[in-house]
Every structure is written in structure tokens, then in C-alpha cells.
Ligand binder design. Sequence first.
Ligand SMILES: O=P(O)(O)OC[C@H]1O[C@@H](O)[C@H](O)[C@@H](O)[C@@H]1O
Length: 276
Amino acid sequence: MPDDSVIADPPHQTDRPAEAGAGAEGKGVSELAWSDYDAVLFDLDGVLTPTAEVHMRAWDTMFNDYLEQRPDAGRLARYTASDYFAHVDGKPRFDGVRTFLASRDIELPEGTPDDPPDAETVGGLGNRKNAMFSAILERDGVEPYPASVTLLDWLADRGTKVAVVSSSRNAPLVLEAAGLADRFEHVVDGRVAAEAGLAGKPSPETYLHAARLLGTEASRAVVVEDALSGVESGRAGDFGLVVGVDRGAGREALLGAGADVVVRELDELVPGRSDG
Ligand SMILES: O=P(O)(O)OC[C@H]1O[C@@H](O)[C@H](O)[C@@H](O)[C@@H]1O
């Protein structure tokens, strides 16, 4: 069993379920007591599909082009992958813009979520990035992670309820493009959240909303997340188990944000798959 899939002592709580708690050191994640859970709430980008990388590339191009054309470009540090993980990853589009700009002491007018991509506003910059994201998605398409499909198949056979909880307004499009749309009756995405007035990740509100839609108590639901902001949502919502998927955020950082276990691939959660 790879070291990354060892269950860690939960850093933020002492009343975690036995299989995820202290003393479980060395147990495989495949030994999770699945009977404790009725539902699994999946983040999308970076968890079910490799689209976190597409978001990353689009943010990188948009922010660096923008910084370079500013009159004070000389004083501004370039946008890097560390900025993505620290300020943007997992958050709703316009929260990501606002948080990154604040890290460079830049304040822009809010504008609106419908601002055109050439507007120098939070709305405009977010939509500028979205035009790039959409173009890449249309050109390259998207395939789900095979190991994530393995877990979805196993959960479907078992009758476990599933939902997608994504900050992205593109989630329905990505699920359709990846051939996963039929697997989820409930998708709480960036648009649904905005319309329902739910605060975005790292708030737990979107995950709690999904649990309600599935008719499940948070304590009986598992949250699966690759972003620190999303792991924080799961922890803040007191979910039964928070699984961190390390796609670049880093194992220690995910544990620090509140993940109970960290895996590299989702099939490590299927019994019998990752023991060693
Ligand atoms: O597709 P949208 O609505 O612009 O959403 C953007 C965000 O969607 C999230 O799912 C990604 O994890 C973020 O990293 C990304 O920035």
C-alpha cells in the first residue's frame, strides 16, 4: 500500500469514525467501514475529471496576460501554480479572481457575472478566463479518470447515493463531455449555488445542500476533494469522512486542511484495491 493512502489521525477532531481515527495508522483506505456511509459527495474538477489542469492553464494565461498589460506591471510578481493552489483552486470563479488580485494588492470594480471578457472588472477577468477554458474543453474534450469511474461503478453496485458538488459553472458541461452526466441526479454547481444564495467553498453550504438533496445526514456522507478550499468545506460541515485526493495540493497540506485520508487515485477507496 502506498504511504499516501495511510489513514491519518484526524487533525481537527477527536470524535471521527473509528476507521479514520487515531489507532488506524497503517490501515489501508480500502478498509474504510463503508457501512457507516450512505452517500458520497464528489467534487468534479481534479476528482472525477482531469479538468483542474484545464482550469489551471486558463487561469495562468489570463492572469499573466492581465498583469503584463497593467501600467504597474514592473512591481507585480507573476502568477504561478502556487497562486492557483493558495488563492483560486476549488473556489467559485469570481472569488478566485478577487482573492488572487488581493494577493497582489489589486482592487478592481466588481462588475457583474455577465460582464464581457474585455471588461477590467472582477466579472470581466473571470469571464476572460472562462472563454479560454471553454475553448480548450471544446478543442480537446475530456475523459474521466479511469480509477474514479471504478469507484463510481462500485458505489453504484452497492447502492450508495452520489452527487457532484462543484464550484464551477461549467460542471454540467464537463460531466456531459466526460460521459458522466447520467450518473448524477443532483449536481450542485456554481450556478445552482449562486441562484440558491449558497456561499462557495470553503464554506460548507454547497456540500450541506447536496446532502439535503440526497436525504442524508452529513455524518453519513463522505466528501471527496482535491482542493484545500473543498477539504475545508467538508471539515466545516462535519461530514462523516473527508477524503483528500492529491493532484498537486500536497498530502500534508490536504491533511492540514482537514482531510481524514489522502489518496492519489479514487480506486484506492474500493475494498481490496489498495492493501499492501
Ligand atoms: O468553471 P468556473 O465556473 O469558472 O469555475 C472555476 C473553478 O471551478 C472549480 O471546480 C475548480 O476547482 C477551480 O479551480 C476553478 O477555478
